[in-house]
Design a protein around this ligand. Structure first.
Ligand code: SF4
Length: 407
């Protein structure tokens, strides 16, 4: 007898909820083995050392925000700089927006730091203690499930389980699930299963152990199963199917192509930076080069900044007098940007410009897009300087930062 409509619907619901998923092994032994492995092999990352030394939740919070969508290697130097400038919650809360942006320059996704700053001000002005629970952290501006679980478990021993991309991969392999690890139903099931697996006596270390296993042993390609503390319960290891589990991630909508012009203003040896308006579509409130969004035909779009006519005027000037230095590619969230970099002499088109010596420009640039444009500019102009030096008879070697912008 074929299944009724009701039976089919029930089955679909069960599959969507992934009620079929459960741990096929007793949890106590792998839980213990994973924690012991972590306590022995964990990397001495700066935030771990600082937390062990200070027991200040601030140092945990800062690291968790910085590590969102950002690799550890990029975070380490910025983390050190940030804590040197803002060693505690109160100093951070009292800082200006500009100082915060400067402190985190190069990390990208600046909205997370704007939210963090807002949350710090909220905490500092309330005068209350740190939130200690998952719910308390989740209520702060810009704090999602992941950050709330991570900070409350590490800093306050809250039994909140963390599930990130690394944990999803480990779970898929333990269960030999050859499915996209980010499928919504799987994500929900993993959250429940992570809670079951969690060591409630030591949730902070256990959460870090699972993530560390995914980062250093159960890696995307070529997992180091021989060194894995939980290989005895791993189905993918037993079946030698690590390359099949998980399947490729579900992809979101295709990225959107964006064309823009980045215009570097120059006056003699000085380079001009401008403050992008808050409402700019990209990189709002960051100091950088003049940015004009364009259509595929090179027409300036009104929404590039605020649509003010002054920018169109500048665009016209750049067409007449600008020197095209080249183009760069850059990704911001779901946008793939192609930006033409131009140098314009002696014009500001009425924009409020901060003039800086070439040596000072880099440390004032917040976004990686501007940094790429600046690297291109330096390399092109240095090359020109070198050629000019070689071709002028009797010329001595130029000093890069002085000659770079001296015409
Ligand atoms: S045994 Fe291999 S595949 Fe399984 S969890 Fe460990 S590292 Fe990953």
């Amino acid at each position: 007898m074929s299944p009724s409509f009701e039976q089919k619907a029930k089955h679909r619901l069960r599959v969507e909820k992934r009620e079929d998923l459960c741990w096929p092994f007793a949890l106590s032994a792998p839980r213990k083995a994973l924690l012991a492995w972590y306590l022995r092999h964990r990397r001495a990352l700066p935030w771990r050392l600082l937390w062990a030394e200070t027991k200040d939740p601030f140092v945990v919070w800062v690291s968790e925000i910085m590590l969102q969508q950002t690799v550890i290697k990029a975070v380490i130097p910025v983390y050190a700089r940030f804590l040197q400038l803002f060693p505690d919650l109160r100093t951070f809360a009292a800082a200006s927006e500009q100082d915060v942006r400067q402190a985190v320059r190069g990390l990208g996704y600046y909205r997370r730091f704007a939210f963090m700053h807002k949350a710090a001000q909220q905490l500092a002005s309330s005068g209350s203690d740190w939130p200690t629970t998952f719910a308390g952290w989740r209520a702060l501006p810009g704090v999602g499930d992941y950050t709330a679980s991570a900070v409350s478990s590490i800093a306050f021993n809250e039994p909140a389980a963390v599930v990130d991309g690394n944990v999803e991969r480990v779970f898929c392999r333990l269960l030999d699930l050859r499915e996209p690890p980010n499928a919504p139903a799987l994500k929900r099931a993993f959250q429940v299963m992570a809670k079951e697996l969690l060591d409630e006596k030591n949730p902070g270390d256990f959460n870090q152990a699972l993530m560390e296993l995914g980062q250093t042993v159960c890696t995307v390609s070529q997992p180091g199963c021989k060194a894995c503390p939980i290989k005895s319960v791993c189905l993918a290891y037993a079946r030698d199917s690590q390359s099949l589990a998980p399947a490729a991630k579900l992809k979101g909508p295709p990225p959107m192509s964006v064309r823009m012009k980045l215009i570097l203003l120059r006056q003699g040896n000085m380079i001009g930076l401008v403050e992008r308006p808050k409402q700019a579509r990209f990189l709002g409130s960051t100091a950088g080069f003049v940015t004009l969004l364009e259509t595929a035909d090179g027409e300036v779009l009104g929404d590039g900044w605020s649509g003010a006519p002054v920018h169109a005027k500048l665009h016209k000037l750049s067409l007449k007098k600008g020197e095209i230095l080249g183009s760069i590619r850059h990704s911001i969230t779901h946008h793939r940007i192609q930006a033409e970099v131009q140098l314009v002499d002696g014009e500001t088109a009425g924009l409020p410009v901060t003039w800086l010596a070439a040596v000072d420009v880099e440390r004032h640039l917040i976004s990686n897009l501007d940094r790429k444009a600046w690297t291109l500019t330096r390399s092109i102009l240095s090359h020109k300087d070198t050629k000019r030096d070689k071709s002028s008879p009797g010329a001595r070697k130029s000093k890069p930062n002085v000659a770079l912008f001296a015409d």
